[in-house]
Design a protein around this ligand. Structure first.
Ligand code: CP
Ligand code: NVA
Length: 332
């Protein structure tokens, strides 16, 4: 069962504005925590502030100050990771803080200890917790039971840290993203959902081309459109990329989708981002991909290794965006 059922009072999570307020019963009393759970949960000024801090940390490099000295981050991974794991560790260390890396398989969590108890115990040791999980409900339960900020390091539904780095990368290469046409081609997955939320917050025009069996989350599209966001959803990759300043895709087989691999390959084959498709985008369009990539599946080798690709800048920016997120969640 989800929720902090062992507390005398249930936790109250209010998502909206720039903070997620968590009312915890017992001696912790009522506290306001800066969780980073999703882009839609934060307002535009807060997201911009995180990006501004990320840019400042990038400019400062290794000579920068150590605002998180004496603070510690625990990271729990239920799924594999290269970028998120290493960039969060280097981000925290770069700001003077410490990290504890945890795999759920090696924790009591993997043998049935509850998320609530794990949250309450880790909150006594560390100042923030990052979770990569196979179920978003676990992230929400962790956030409701922890008495320190919780960061979403990817769920099956969203990947907000990635999309913050994507926005930073686009703006470094092509200037302010507001009003720009951004194209997503392929699987309507967790990264696509966070991009729909980002389109609403950063006021860009998002064109998504996805097969009917792999559409992005309908509620998120409705939410974004209700706020006046320009979202085009089509089955036609050419229509989506027409005049776009940025074309993006992601793996056809997300973590947890392995048993659907054959079907995914069949339905997504017409959605490969290749030189022919890129020719329909703006002449100065950039190509982004969160990585890991599969050359000649979702993207041709010529595009991802070609002059329009900024995928390694995008991966590098995870480090600085995570510094911005950590500085914000920990009150910097
Ligand atoms: N893009 C991304 O999150 O990569 P990892 O799975 O390697 O962390
Ligand atoms: N959609 C991918 C993103 C990996 C960073 C997945 O969930 O596996």
């Amino acid at each position: 069962m989800l929720g902090c059922s062992s507390e005398a009072l249930p936790p109250l999570i209010i998502i909206g504005g720039s903070e997620v307020s968590v009312l915890v019963s017992g001696q912790a009393g009522s506290r306001t925590l800066r969780h980073f759970l999703d882009i839609a949960a934060l307002d535009a000024p807060t997201l911009r502030r995180i990006l501004d801090m990320a840019a400042r940390f990038k400019r400062a490099g290794r000579a920068g100050s150590r605002p998180l000295a004496g603070r510690a981050l625990a990271m729990i991974f239920e799924k594999p990771s290269t970028r998120t794991r290493v960039s969060f560790e280097m981000a925290m260390r770069g700001l003077g803080g410490d990290v504890v890396m945890l795999s759920s398989r090696e924790m009591q969590l993997g043998r049935g200890e509850t998320i609530g108890d794990t949250a309450r115990v880790l909150s006594r040791y560390v100042d923030a917790i990052m979770l990569r999980t196979d179920r978003e409900a676990k992230l929400l339960e962790l956030a409701s039971c922890a008495t320190v900020p919780v960061i979403n390091g990817l769920t099956e539904k969203s990947h907000p840290c990635q999309v913050m780095a994507d926005i930073m990368t686009f703006e470094e290469h092509r200037g302010p993203i507001a009003g720009q046409k951004i194209a997503w081609v392929g699987d309507g997955n967790n990264v696509a959902k966070s991009w729909i939320e980002a389109a609403a917050r950063f006021r860009c025009s998002l064109r998504l081309a996805c097969p009917p069996s792999r559409l992005p989350d309908a509620d998120t599209i409705s939410w974004a459109r209700a706020q006046g966001t320009d979202i085009l959803l089509t089955e036609d990759p050419v229509e989506a990329v027409a005049d776009a300043r940025c074309v993006m895709t992601d793996t056809w087989i997300s973590m947890g989708d392995e048993d659907m691999a054959a079907r995914q390959h069949a339905v997504l084959a017409p959605y490969q981002v290749n030189e022919t498709l890129m020719a329909h985008a703006a002449t100065d369009a950039i190509f982004m991909h969160c990585l890991p990539a599969h050359r000649d599946e979702e993207v041709s080798a010529g595009v991802i290794d070609g002059p329009q690709s900024v995928v390694f800048d995008e991966a590098e920016n995870r480090l600085f965006v995570h510094q911005g997120i950590l500085a914000w969640t920990l009150g910097g």
